[in-house]
Design a protein around this ligand. Sequence first.
Ligand code: HEM
Length: 343
Amino acid sequence: MPEPVQPQPVVTGLTTAALFLVLTIDEGGEDAARDLLADVSTIERVVDFRAVGIGVNVVAGIGSQAWDRLFAGERPAHLHVLEELHGDKHHMPSTPGDLLFHIRGAQQNVCFEVARQIMNQLDGAATVVDEVYGFQSFGHRNLLGFMDGTENPTGIEAFGAALVGEDEPDFTGGSYVIVQKYRHDMKAWDDISTEEQERVMGRSKIDDIEMSDDVKPANSHIALNDIEDENGEGLDILRANMPFGSFKDGEMGTYFIGYAADPAVTEQMLENMFIGDPPGNYDRLLDFSTAITGGLFFAPSKDFLDDLPPAPEQPEETDDDMQAPPVKAGSLAIGSLKRSVLR
Ligand code: HEM
């Protein structure tokens, strides 16, 4: 019988507050990043204990390029840089990110405190490329006014959908997580009728009831995301989306986060949304929602973080290296370039 593995807190109930923090690791910051990853569950435990009765948890994810900078040996089989998608009308970007921290709590103060401790420890070793404070908006509704999370798998099915099983023995209990920040065009959304909004979603707005197949439009969000494998078995992911907004930045929307045992499931949904199923039949929700960030990370189990594999060997410096001008690490260079575009 295989040893039980302790996952990070991927499968938890919905909280009222969250903080999504995406960082790039600076050149030479790898050791500090490894130390932080080994300490992240201690940070969570201490803040949770101090914040009596509030509750907070954090999931740490690692991007594909960062993985090879941090660890020698095996990689999670399906970890890669998220691929951009170009549909006929809508574009899905892939933006820089080496580390993801998904911090959830009953109040924003505890999420902030966990982030503060993470950033203190990473001081000078990493750069924040995205920081989004999510909030619960009137009983699980997103800013479009619809309930979000209804069809999430629950119980044992949630674990099966979100966590890697025995097929990747080195990474059992981990999870592939995709995040995207979507900006909503609230004016365009408010300009269409409630009935039209319901046809965009494929569900009723007040009661949150799914439309029957004969009336649900093929380009509704639900029709394109309710997917099956070749044997007709439903394919699920575990979502923990949160509304966010900033009047100063003039943007508000939905921060999408989806955990999966295999990222191909989430990527199939994204392809259906952006390219369409069949191609051209894209998700109507995208006419009101623009993806402005996107990244794929692997959130290993707690056991993995407690006993990290060795760091990769550093190549020995040659005389040529000594004379060459300093070269920036790839992900950092891309990160700083994109950052000026994102902000
Ligand atoms: C603008 C961003 C998004 C918004 C506002 C949004 C909103 C919603 C809402 C309101 C529902 C119906 C209630 C529920 O079951 O949760 C839903 C369902 C769902 N969404 Fe999204 N979503 C967004 C992006 C995504 C993305 C990027 C994915 C996948 C990559 C996704 C996957 C799903 C799935 C799998 C369902 C359940 C489908 C079913 O009925 O089986 N969503 N979403």
